[in-house]
Design a protein around this ligand. Structure first.
Ligand SMILES: [Cu+2]
Length: 159
């Protein structure tokens, strides 16, 4: 009788320890899922912060020509949001131009704007227009506008 009891208690012990183990793996599973969700949210947030997304990068490639405003001044229009658009602007050499950079709910690092060759750096507002005067450039000169980290850039080609 006592032997039987002992046997039963052992099997009970095994059962309870098995239950414990399955509880453990359940908790581990939940922990893993929470981690995975956090990771996805973090990475997703990073992409939003960097203004990433391959669709944005693709449209940065377009080339445009500088326009001329009412006063006859050459104007280079750029939009800064998750990069700079267009990616290349051609402008006439030998005359000063205005670089107009538009931001519209831009909360990424493209707001930390620089033209290294001209030693110009500006912090663009999240929404608004920043006008930077570019002195006349020689034909063949290429100026690069870039974010302070060098992730995003566009080119102004003077011809
Ligand atoms: Cu950057």
């Amino acid at each position: 009788m006592s032997k039987k009891n002992k046997k039963k208690s052992i099997s009970e012990q095994i059962e309870s320890s098995a239950n414990l183990r399955s509880d453990d793996s359940g908790a581990a599973k939940i922990f893993f899922i929470v981690c995975a969700v956090l990771l996805v949210v973090l990475i997703g947030g990073m992409f939003v912060f960097m203004g990433g997304g391959s669709s944005d990068d693709g449209s940065v490639q377009g080339t445009q020509t500088a326009s001329v405003d009412e006063s006859g001044k050459q104007v280079i229009n750029i939009t800064a949001k998750g990069g700079y658009k267009p990616g290349v602007v051609t402008a006439k050499a030998g005359q000063p131009s205005l670089l107009k950079i538009k931001t519209n709910n831009s909360f990424d690092c493209s707001r930390a704007f620089m033209i290294p060759d001209l030693k110009i750096s500006r912090n663009l507002p999240p929404t608004g227009e920043t006008v930077i005067e570019i002195p006349a450039q020689e034909a063949g000169k290429e100026l690069e506008g870039t974010c302070s980290m060098g992730m995003y850039s566009f080119k102004m080609k003077f011809v």
